[in-house]
Structure formats: structure tokens, C-alpha cells
Write a protein that binds this ligand. Structure first.
Ligand code: MG
Length: 177
């Protein structure tokens, strides 16, 4: 037995998770998953504070062990001040490709009391899928309330969880796995 490859192994597949949270800031516009949501407080942050795009970015970077959004787009760098986070996600997808992988699908859960995610979920999936280079059907966006509990329940901010799977498309010269 020992360390031999199990019969159900999925060679060339890797999985990554992403998490992000941002506090509401009524002075800023709200953008989630690349979709502008008018008449709702925005989120504080250095970039456009798109917590959905940020969690997805961390999930796909994590899948190829390429650090996280802060590694590649540090908040100390003025280049990313007010940045369109969909553009950052697009760049992260390029990094995944450079490592020899492509994204299979992404699943996202947005936890907040407002705004309502459901009516905007398919628009977010289209924007996220376009940035990653996968069809909208390969991106799932779901909204959950926190049932009034804790800081999310008090409407202080938003939390986002994301998971992504990537598949190997080539072997990079420096591959160590
Ligand atoms: Mg963030």
C-alpha cells in the first residue's frame, strides 16, 4: 500500500479556496462580481473593493499555489488604488495559465443581509467568467443571508467564499509537482 497513487486520483487537477470580507462605506459605489449595484452603500478598500472578484482571484491563485491577491496587487501600491478588480482577476487568470493550468469552474457564496444577490447572480457570473476565460455556466454565484447574526447580520459588511478547480494544460519548465 504505502504512498502509491490511489485508483481514484485525478492527476493534473488542483483546487483552491478564496475568502474576502469588506466593511460597508456609504461614501463609495457598490460593485460586486464586476456588476455595479446602484442605491446601496459601497465597500471600503484600496481598489474598487469588489469582494466577490477578490475571493475568486484568491481561489484561482490558491489553486496553483501562486500566493494571493495581496502578493500580486499590494494595497501599498498606488497602481491599484480604485482599481477595477475584474482587471485584477483577468491578470490572475493569466498567472494560472502561465503556471500551465486552466480554470475548470468556480463556485461562490456571498454572505450578506443586503443587497439581494440572486437577481444579479447571472450578471456577476458572466463578468467573472469573461475575466477568467470560462463560459458563464462554469461560474456559480449564490447569495446567503447570515440570519441577522454577528457583524454580517448587523449589516456592517459582506463576506465572500469561493472555490475553484484548475486542470493542467501543460508542464511548465520549472514545475516541481
Ligand atoms: Mg478584498
Amino acid at each position: 500500500m504505502g504512498l502509491s497513487t490511489p485508483s481514484n486520483a485525478l492527476p493534473g487537477f488542483r483546487v483552491g479556496t478564496g475568502y474576502d470580507s469588506h466593511r460597508f462605506d456609504a461614501e463609495r459605489p457598490l460593485v460586486l462580481g464586476g456588476v455595479a449595484i446602484p442605491d446601496h452603500p459601497g465597500l471600503s478598500g484600496h481598489s474598487d473593493a469588489d469582494a466577490v472578484a477578490h475571493a475568486v482571484t484568491d481561489a484561482i491563485l490558491g489553486a496553483v499555489a501562486a500566493g494571493d491577491i495581496g502578493t500580486h496587487f499590494p494595497p501599498t501600491d498606488d497602481r491599484w488604488k480604485g482599481a477595477d478588480s475584474i482587471g485584477l482577476l483577468r491578470r490572475a487568470a493569466e498567472i494560472v495559465k502561465e503556471r500551465g493550468y486552466r480554470v475548470g469552474n468556480v463556485d461562490v457564496t456571498v454572505v450578506c443581509e443586503s443587497p439581494k444577490i440572486g437577481p444579479r447572480a447571472s450578471a456577476m457570473a458572466r463578468r467573472l467568467g469573461d475575466a477568467i476565460g470560462v463560459p458563464p455556466g462554469s461560474v456559480s454565484v449564490k447569495g446567503k443571508s447570515n440570519e441577522g447574526l454577528g457583524w454580517i447580520g448587523r449589516g456592517e459588511g459582506i463576506a465572500v467564499h469561493a472555490v475553484a478547480i484548475v486542470a493542467r494544460i501543460s508542464t511548465p519548465e520549472s514545475a516541481e509537482d
